[in-house]
Structures are given as C-alpha cells and as structure tokens.
Design a protein around this ligand. Structure first.
Ligand code: SF4
Ligand code: SF4
Length: 431
C-alpha cells in the first residue's frame, strides 16, 4: 500500500478529476473524507490519495470509511473439509443461505458503494452450485473478487478461465509446507489438493496466485519453505494469524505460536515482509519495535467487515458472535445502512481512551492488538492481547476469565474420514 498526496491548491474535487484522467483504465477511484482510494484491478494494488494537511491515514481509518476497503463475504458454511482451526466453524450448509438472486442484489449494492473487491470465502465457497455464476456477475459489475479455496474445484479448465480475467484473484489455503504438518490441521489429502490447484493455475498461466498460511506452533519453523513453495508457483505468500475464533478456539492453546516463535516470526517478517501479505494479522508484533508492512490497526467495522452466508454483517471475519453482529443486509436499507448506521460500528469507530492498554508505552505501536483474540479467550476488550509481546497477556490468561460459548456452529455432525484429529479444549459456559 502506498500513500500519495493530492495537490493542495487544486482543491479536492479538481484534484480527483485530474487524478482520474491520469489513471489507467483498470484503476477505479473512490472519494473519501481524507482524499480518495484508488484500486488497480490489473495489479490488485490499493493506493491512497490524501489531502495535504489531513490527519495520518491510520487515524482516518480508525474513524471509519464510507464503504469498506476489504469486505469478506462467506458465501456458504458448507465445506468438503473440516479444518481443526476453522474460524467460522464450517461444515454444514445453512438452509437460510442467500439465494443466487439475493447474492446478485448484494453485488449490485457493492457496485453502487464502490467496494472495489470482495474476499469470498466460507466454508468452501466453490461447493455452491452457483459459485462461478456469482463470481462472473461480480466481475461484470466491476466488483473484483479474491476468493479463498482449499483447491477443490480448481480444475485445468477453470484455471484457464481464471487466467483470462484481471478481476479475479485466487487464494489457496495451505497450513503446512509438508503434507504431515498441513494434513494434521486441514485433513488427509488436503495438501495434495492445494498443490494440484496451484499446478493447474500455473499451467494455465494464472499469475500471482496467493498461498494463504495460518501461522501455528507447528509451521512457524517452515516459513522459508512456504516462501520457496510460493516462488516455485510464481505466487505470493500470505501469512495470517491464528485467532481463537470458531473451532480455532478449541485448538488455540495447542496451536498458537509460543512467545519465542512470535519473535522468530517478527524477525522473519522484518527481513522478508515487503514481499509477504499479512493484512492486519501481525500489528500486535509492532510492540517489538519497528512496525511491519500491512494494516497497523484493528480494522473491524472501520475498514473491514464480514457478510456471512445468511446476510448477517459482523465487524470482522474473526468476530462471528452476537456481540459483533451489526445487522442483516436483507433488512430495509441493505448493507449500506448497516455499514453506515449501525450502532456497533459507530462504537468501534470511536476513539479508544480507556483501559490498560491505553496506559502502556507501546500502545501507539500495537493499538492493544486484536479484538477477536481478546474476546474469544475471555479477556477484556480494552486489556492486553493474549499474545501481547510485552508479556502482559500471560498473566491475564492465567487470571479469572470466561471463554464465550460459540454462538454459531456449522461443524459437521458426524466425524468424517478426512476430519483432522486434534485435542479438544473444554469450554466453560457463557456467563
Ligand atoms: S478483531 Fe482482530 S481480526 Fe478482526 S479486524 Fe480487529 S485485529 Fe483484525
Ligand atoms: S499491554 Fe496492550 S498496548 Fe501494551 S504491548 Fe501489550 S497489547 Fe500492546
């Protein structure tokens, strides 16, 4: 992400008009309070145009945007796998899932709001019979798509179609650089399925696929190997944080990186970070010193949100709980009304002035860490992140806390052949 300045003397409207004529055809421009956002569908890069004298971008983002930068849309809770750490506890389709026509209406609204692209996930989104129809509709309506998949439906034919459009980006999930590490979490055969998908994409000439890795205690030692796999396929590596959301709550104690591994990860990102995507995953590590590339704040309800398969809108993909439910887009006013008027989002966009973290000398760097990680480990939202790199998370975890019960669970009802076997942590009842 890069920031550029608009020429002050032109005024915002004139500067935007000038900028729009000089931008390539593949770039869309969206006015915002601070200037504008520009998204290039060809390079899939987002740029910021900021009026001279306006506040820093991070401060602007904390106050929220007119529309999300990055909206995650989980099309279905159905999944062919049953990953141990699934953030949305997926497996079974919800019978209330949005219909094809409802999905198209959502895309129409996102186009009107100039949401540049959506991250489509699930569950496994490609198991929906209308998945490709929805993707094609989005592309035709100038809403770019990045979709996450375990690789199930990335056939040679489909890979060729994907290679023929600028508007679709593909993200293959891989949680181990070897089958043993990956399949322990994602299920038997899932490593081979991911590799087959990457091979099909490469053979079809699809450039710059993403390989998305949830960093765990078992794979932190494989960072160089992940990078080598990405390089081999001409792909970009994307590292994300394991949050204790969904089934991730059951395995978080066992799988989240140790304090020592967090330091290894930080040093690795400092050395390699410019070429690695991380989203907002690791800003809590900024308390070690230098900020990492990526979004250095919690974007929940400010610049990101989640639309779930039944149209419920949550503050972020890792916050599927009634407490973070902002509304449903099938209600009057649709998604726009939820984004712009929900009281939850208004609250999340208010400046944080209270709590233990605001008194910490590292607060400006790490902003108190991840709201979802705190909530699902039963810690107060204004206190330290459970993985606080200054060590304040451990005593908080050792103290009195109540881990919330899962408010939404679509896990398979019966064990299946591919289901990974991991220790299940007993959970206390919601207070
Ligand atoms: S709650 Fe955590 S995962 Fe969600 S936007 Fe904030 S930092 Fe990111
Ligand atoms: S106490 Fe809070 S602000 Fe300080 S380093 Fe830890 S998480 Fe960050």
């Amino acid at each position: 992400m890069t920031a550029e300045l608009l020429r002050e003397q032109d005024g915002l409207a004139a500067a935007l008009a000038a900028a729009s004529t000089s931008l390539p055809d593949t770039t869309a421009l969206r006015p915002e309070r601070f200037g504008a956002l520009a998204y290039d569908f060809g390079t899939r890069k987002l740029s910021f145009l900021r009026q001279r004298g306006s506040a820093q971008l991070r401060d602007q983002f904390e106050l929220g945007l007119d529309a999300p930068i990055c909206l995650t849309w989980e099309l279905t809770y159905a999944c062919n796998l049953s990953c141990a750490h699934c953030l949305s506890s997926s497996g079974r389709r919800d019978p209330r899932e949005l219909s094809t026509e409802q999905c198209k209406a959502v895309i129409d609204e996102l186009e009107r709001m100039q949401v540049f692209y959506v991250n489509i996930g699930g569950g496994e989104p490609t198991v929906r019979a209308d998945f490709w129809e929805i993707v094609e509709y989005a592309v035709a309506h100038h809403v770019g798509v990045k979709f996450s998949t375990n690789g199930l439906k990335i056939t040679p034919d489909r890979a060729r179609w994907l290679a023929s459009t600028d508007y679709v980006d593909v993200q293959i999930s891989l949680d181990g650089a070897t089958p043993e590490v990956n399949d322990h979490v994602r299920g038997t055969g899932s490593y081979d399925m991911a590799m087959r998908a990457l091979t099909n994409l490469q053979d079809a000439g699809f450039t710059d696929a993403k390989i998305s890795v949830v960093c765990t205690r078992e794979n932190i030692g494989q960072l160089d190997e992940f990078k080598a796999i990405a390089d081999r396929f001409g792909a970009t590596l994307r590292l994300t944080r394991l949050r204790p959301s969904g089934r991730g709550a059951d395995v978080w104690d066992e799988l989240h990186p140790t304090a020592e591994q967090q330091r290894i990860l930080y040093d690795w990102l400092v050395a390699n970070g410019e070429n690695i995507l991380t989203g907002d995953s690791f800003f809590h590590l900024a308390a070690y010193g230098e900020a990492l590339p990526g979004l250095n704040l919690c974007g929940a309800g400010r610049v990101v949100c989640l639309i779930d398969p039944v149209g419920d809108v949550y503050a972020c993909p890792f916050a599927i709980d009634d407490q973070f439910l902002a509304g449903n887009l099938l209600a009057e006013g649709g998604f726009k009304r939820v984004w712009q008027e929900s009281s939850l989002f208004a609250e999340l966009r208010s400046p944080v002035t209270e709590g233990t973290c605001t008194k910490c000398s590292h607060y400006d760097a790490c902003r108190g860490g991840c709201m979802a990680a705190k909530f699902f480990t039963g810690l107060p939202l204004d206190g330290p992140d459970p993985e606080c790199v200054k060590g304040y998370g451990e005593p908080a975890l050792a103290g009195e806390r109540t881990v919330p019960e899962r408010s939404c669970d679509h896990s398979p009802l019966h064990p299946r052949r591919n289901e990974p076997v991991l220790l299940t942590i007993t959970r206390r009842e919601r207070a």
